[in-house]
Design a protein around this ligand. Structure first.
Ligand code: SAH
Length: 240
């Protein structure tokens, strides 16, 4: 691989990776000037492919990071409009489950697909469109080398898990719950570009401790763990 695009939602998730890659801010395309997405670029070095890092940026109305699927889709489109890429990586933090033995700080790579748990459309054809199952790049060997776990990544636009989400996730086999991957994967698929998700666990959805409390307590440590895995992964992608 020669060029990789990484799409991230929160500045706190992205800062350690941007620093580790020595990526520097670059301007986006003129058509995207009104969007909050921030781009950074790191040239190829040794076995490491060239990297474009797109971070969703902050919402001008509320001042917080633009988490969730809408901004993720826009950022992915901005990144992929700048040229062709061998792989799109949706990277960030996520919830896991005690029932699947996840632990805080574990890093998962999506396999065999990314799906949605909160787009319920009970109409022929649209039900499948809503689920949006999108196959991921086969990085199973790499995941084993890097000590990552494999699992279905399931996306919804809420941090909590409603009873309906819970039912849907039990049915879809999701192991990693987050808010962006399916949107990134859909845009990557439109561009015929392979996609993967790399997600570090900040919280255990089936723990009695509130998700938001766990998330806040574990965000910095999970972002470090994510950064270390991402750097190893990117360095190895040059051989893929
Ligand atoms: N208001 C929070 C924002 C975190 S929202 C705060 O700063 O304290 C959660 C972000 O982390 C999203 O980008 C999502 O992709 C990811 N995430 C982590 N754990 C999650 C979970 N259990 N469910 C959904 N998204 C989760």
């Amino acid at each position: 691989m020669e060029r990789v695009a990484i799409i991230m939602a929160m500045e706190a998730e992205a800062a350690p990776l941007r620093a580790a890659l020595g990526a520097t801010a670059i301007a986006g395309p003129a058509w995207a000037a009104a969007l909050p997405v921030r781009l950074a670029h790191a040239p190829a070095a040794g076995t490491r492919p060239e990297v474009l890092l797109a971070v969703n940026g902050t919402d001008p109305a509320t001042g917080v990071d633009c988490i969730g699927s809408t901004a993720a889709a826009l950022s992915t489109q901005v990144a992929l409009s700048t040229g062709s890429f061998d792989l799109v990586v949706t990277a960030g933090t996520a919830g896991g489950w005690q029932r699947s033995n996840a632990e805080i700080g574990d890093v998962y790579i999506a396999w065999p697909h990314i799906t949605c748990h909160d787009r319920r459309i009970d109409l022929p054809g649209f039900d499948q469109f809503g689920r949006a199952d999108i196959s991921t790049a086969d990085l199973r060997l790499l995941a084993a080398d890097l000590g990552c776990r494999l699992g279905i990544v399931t996306t919804g636009d809420s941090l909590d898990e409603s009873p309906t989400d819970c039912e849907r996730i039990l049915a879809n086999g999701g192991k990693v719950k987050e808010m962006e991957a399916a949107a990134v994967a859909w845009v990557a698929q439109l561009h015929d570009t392979p996609v993967t998700a790399v997600k570090a666990i900040t919280d255990l959805v089936d723990s009695p401790v509130a998700t938001a409390t766990q998330f806040t307590a574990n965000l910095a440590a999970a972002a470090e763990s994510l950064q270390a895995t991402m750097v190893d992964l990117i360095d190895r992608l040059g051989d893929q």
